[in-house]
Design a protein around this ligand. Structure first.
Ligand code: UT7
Length: 327
């Protein structure tokens, strides 16, 4: 069973928030943000734009590239931690918006690793049953809705965006997905979480007053865990696929911090020129980031058929992983 990526799409809202803009909001400065994170600006949704609106734009672009009609989709998976609602799922909203009359769908929550977890899930479905011919995998997050704009430790890091990958089931062809390694560790709630709004701490005056509806993160701890987990997952998938790091054309890491990405590259080891980074323009767009990279790379002709591309991510949960693909 050969599963191929037939289309890519991405979208970032029009409004750009620069580091200079942030200097007026919290005690920070452009130099700190650039040197500690690599971020120069991020895109912020309009108040009326929610997760599904960002996702829809990315989805339409991926479908256009592939020349596939929404009615041909058999499934839609949306990776997000900022769905429009607790329910219905963003995938349901999108099914209706796109007119994907034959698709089922669901949201998948794995924070910044969401796109990788969704790709693995889609691949499992498609390998098990050829009736899943076209599956749309989306990463979409409106992080601006869950960031505390008074907390300089987190608000400078995140941005809004969406990306979509259209997968096609091509029996008899070579599979583009060569190996995967995914992991979770639920013992680290205190270092990265959004504490309220679920059934543990339903919304109340108290949760609002205590700012529990925002991202809470112990940055330094996350930094170290992220580097270790991504390096380890990358090594495992290379070994499983019997591909050497020298054969990898591109490392496409989740865009959380330029220093994290460079540390991963250094330890694999792989030259920085082969690491795709666009964090400067978008910040950390959570589940969207890897797909935004792939879409930019594809449209800029940076990917050729046969290229080995190593995707890796780390995020809240904790969640992490790597997937090796051959374009
Ligand atoms: O995608 C989900 C996963 N998330 C991540 O992967 C994020 C991982 N963590 C990181 O990227 C980094 O840890 C951060 C960018 C969040 C922070 O960088 P750091 O080099 O680890 O800085 P730090 O937390 O050790 O803070 C250094 C100093 C502190 O001041 P003191 O205690 O040394 O006086 C902070 O208060 O920098 C201060 N600081 C700031 N200064 C100016 C923290 N945020 C800011 C800021 N502007 N925005």
């Amino acid at each position: 069973m050969g599963i191929k990526i037939r289309g890519t799409g991405s979208y970032a809202p029009d409004k750009v928030l620069t580091n200079a803009d942030l200097e007026k909001m919290v005690e920070t400065n452009d130099e700190w943000i650039r040197t500690r994170t690599g971020i120069c600006q991020r895109h912020i949704s309009a108040p009326e734009q929610a997760c599904s609106d960002l996702a829809e734009q990315a989805a339409r672009r991926a479908l256009d590239m592939a020349g596939v009609a929404p009615e041909e989709l058999s499934a839609i998976i949306v990776a997000t931690i900022t769905p429009d609602h607790v329910f219905p799922s963003t995938a349901c909203l999108l099914q209706h918006r796109l007119g994907a009359t034959k698709a089922f769908g669901f949201d998948l929550e794995a924070a910044c690793s969401g796109l990788l977890f969704s790709l693995e899930t889609a691949r499992g479905l498609m390998s098990a049953n050829a009736k899943y011919r076209y599956v749309l995998v989306i990463g979409s997050d409106k992080m601006s809705a869950v960031v505390n704009w008074e907390d300089r430790n987190t608000c400078v890091l995140f941005g809004d965006g969406a990306s979509a990958l259209l997968l096609e089931n091509c029996p008899g062809e070579e599979d583009s997905f060569l190996a995967s390694d995914l992991g979770v560790d639920g013992n680290s709630l205190e270092i990265l979480s959004l504490p309220a709004g679920g059934s543990r701490n339903p919304a109340s005056m108290e949760t609002v007053e205590n700012k529990m509806h925002y991202v809470h993160m112990a940055g330094r701890d996350v930094f170290k865990l992220a580097v270790n987990a991504m390096v380890s997952s990358c090594r495992k998938v290379l070994e499983e696929a019997n591909v050497s790091i020298d054969q990898v054309r591109w490392l496409v890491p989740h865009q959380a911090n330029e220093r994290i990405m460079k540390a991963v590259a250094q330890r694999l080891p792989l030259e920085e020129e082969r690491v795709f980074m666009n964090i400067g323009k978008y910040g950390n767009t959570s589940a969207a980031s890897i797909g935004i990279c792939l879409d930019e790379m594809k449209r800029a002709d940076l990917i050729n058929p046969g290229d080995y591309i190593l995707l890796t991510a780390f995020g809240g949960g904790l969640t992490w992983g790597a997937i090796l693909i051959r374009w």
